[in-house]
Design a binder for this molecule. Sequence first.
Ligand code: SAH
Length: 285
Amino acid sequence: MGYYEFNLKVPAKSKDALLNKMTEMGCLGVAENNDSVRAFFRDGLDVTMLRDELKSFRNVLRECGLDDGFSFDYTYLSERDWNESWKKKFIPIDVGNSLSILPPWEKGDDNRIRLIIDPGMAFGTGHHETTKTCLMLTERLAPENRRERFLDIGTGTGILAIAASRLGFNKVTGVDIDPLAVDAATRNAELNGLKDIEIKEGGVSGVQGCYDMIAANLMSDVLIMIAKELASRLDSSGIIILSGMLVGQEEDVAKALEISGLSVTEKLIDGRWVSLVARHNAKAA
Ligand code: SAH
């Protein structure tokens, strides 16, 4: 098991379009710097299809009047290379007023709430806009919440579940359909000395009961698909934090929420990414 790293040299005019394309193609994460973009894909995907899809994207750019003069190559990273490359890249980061995210080999600042994250093969080091916004919203909204039960759907490294536990939620559950994420999140809960966090393989349908706060940092089509189930798991006075939508996709997610009895009460945009806060309709009114 490993990853494909695509390295692109992109003209400034078509950079946003190419970043959106990478996300649409299922990339796990991107690192961008001036005219270079690095995008990571799971090796379960067909790399020749990815390559051809990217090549034919030139036609789309041209049709839209954008510069199609990008170049790219790709390399395979074994699991070991992947972990090593994370170690080089994963620098500690402060998020919100009180949180610090640290890899296990860093000590950090005693005055902040330290969340230790070993990413392993999972998504969620706190550097991505969507993770950062979910963390900031959890931190900000926690004091007005009952802080009994927190559910993290698509937990990845477990970062949001771990933050919720450290921010005072009593019963924290994280679920993920990817067994590698379940392994990473379980290990990270232990690394943080949090024995009470429950990490399970699966999606929202495998979760029973109601929660006071739910976080779901997933892609927009998944959010739309599970909107009804999300609403049914949210306590009548609960708060839900959604992220993972690209700018422009949030309207459709908001509509699916509305049909399910939830109303959006806040929208935050960071770069190309949108996060939403929603509550049951009566509560939002
Ligand atoms: N919560 C972390 C990770 C988000 S990445 C953070 O905020 O950084 C999204 C995660 O959701 C991935 O680990 C992926 O495996 C998982 N996922 C995707 N679809 C899902 C679904 N339908 N149900 C549960 N998990 C899902």
